[in-house]
Design a protein around this ligand. Structure first.
Ligand SMILES: [Zn+2]
Length: 383
């Protein structure tokens, strides 16, 4: 077992979960359409064990309809639709493939031949989806050019397309190497950013295997999150410390214009790593804690900035909220790198939960309508 960050360690008695399961279609798992990790594994013994570490695999389903309009090709949809999205809990959804066709009132998940399928996902992934939508809507309302999808029904449509497109392709007689993929797993053009390459397309999740543990951990809450992030904060270079002169002409502008410029820093994804020092360092701190510049860090605790017990302990350094001492720009630029928590990168020692949260947010952030087209076309099998 790899060395785990204390906040990632499973509760006692839950460290040996590796399951051996029978083969066959009834042993297939149903995965979350957002993060690719199971919402339910079959058979159901694991559910009866009630492991705490898998509690967050709480499934739900989303469903929207009415955004297609009649057009020569099937997938024409309304512009910028923001339609009601129904949400169903565990008791309303059907995930046991064996029940299919029975007289069930429950909603079957991910049925690729239906125009508007019920899509299975984790509650927590739905929560992050809602956060992303709120973030994009708020920016759009302030005039920032944000990308679609920016409503829940638009994200639903992205996922719906991924579910139904392989079926349409098959109906058109096009074979791809993914034709055999089951409806229990939704295709995703980045293979969900799993580095463990035998996970995508595998109908059974290798539950409890050490190399997939990072995908199994709960993306939130993260114990001591703010503390973990601030562990990477460094002092400013000595010649820049204590300098409270505005370092740029920008701060001589009217505040309304400056605010407008700040707004257009969003979305702050994969910016350059090098600090420009155009803005005072403390402005970057405020971007991080008060302005949601990194919206996937929605739960940072401002009180930690003034908490002496979390400070570096040599006694010589000021609190985290000290003016012009810490290099907040460096920290924010580092955090904004999409792969910063991946092995070999600067923050790879951070809790796995943080790595998983960043992965899930990235999957949502990069999702686009029809984004599986090229990917599917490239997997076509020569006839
Ligand atoms: Zn998920």
């Amino acid at each position: 077992m790899m060395e785990l960050h204390p906040s990632d360690r499973p509760p006692d008695g839950e460290t040996d979960v590796v399951y051996s399961r029978c083969n066959g279609s009834e042993a297939e798992d149903t995965s979350c359409a957002v993060c690719g990790v199971p919402i339910i594994i079959t058979p159901g013994q694991l559910r009866t064990k009630k492991y705490k570490r898998y509690e967050w695999w709480d499934p739900c389903a989303i469903h929207a309809e009415g955004y297609h309009y009649e057009a020569p090709e099937r997938y024409s949809s309304l512009e910028a639709h923001d339609l009601p999205v129904e949400i169903y809990g565990f008791d309303d959804i059907e995930i046991e493939y064996v029940h299919r066709g029975r007289n069930s009132q429950k909603r079957l998940l991910n049925v690729g031949l239906e125009e508007y399928p019920y899509i299975g996902l984790h509650r927590k992934c739905l929560d992050m989806m809602q956060r992303l939508v709120s973030y994009r809507k708020a920016l759009a309302s302030q005039g920032v050019a944000v990308t679609d999808p920016r409503s829940l029904s638009q994200i639903y449509e992205v996922l719906e397309y991924r579910i139904t497109r392989p079926g349409i392709q098959r109906a058109q007689g096009v074979e791809s190497s993914l034709s055999s993929i089951t409806t229990r797993q939704v295709i995703e053009p980045h293979d969900y950013y799993f580095r463990v390459m035998d996970v995508p397309g595998n109908v059974q999740w290798p539950i409890g295997r050490p190399d997939v543990f990072e995908y199994e951990v709960d993306p939130f809450p993260i114990p001591g999150l703010t503390d973990q992030i601030l562990a990477y904060l460094e002092p400013l270079p000595e010649h820049r410390r204590g300098c409270d002169e505005p370092s740029t002409q920008l701060l001589k502008l009217p505040v309304e214009i400056v605010e407008e410029i700040y707004l257009h820093l969003h979305p702050f994804v994969d910016p350059g790593r090098a600090c420009t020092y155009y803005l005072p360092s403390d402005t970057w701190r405020d971007f991080l804690f008060y302005r949601q510049l990194l919206p996937w860090l929605w739960d940072l605790d401002v009180a930690v900035l003034r908490d002496r017990s979390l400070q570096p302990d040599d006694g010589s350094q000021p609190l985290y909220d000290a003016e012009n001492y810490w290099n907040w720009e460096q920290l924010v630029r580092m955090l904004a790198q999409t792969e910063i928590f991946e092995p070999g990168n600067d923050m790879s020692k951070a809790p796995l939960r943080l790595r998983n949260r960043r992965r899930i947010w990235r999957l949502l952030d990069e999702a686009r309508l029809r984004d599986v087209d090229d990917w599917l076309d490239n997997t076509q099998v020569e006839q």
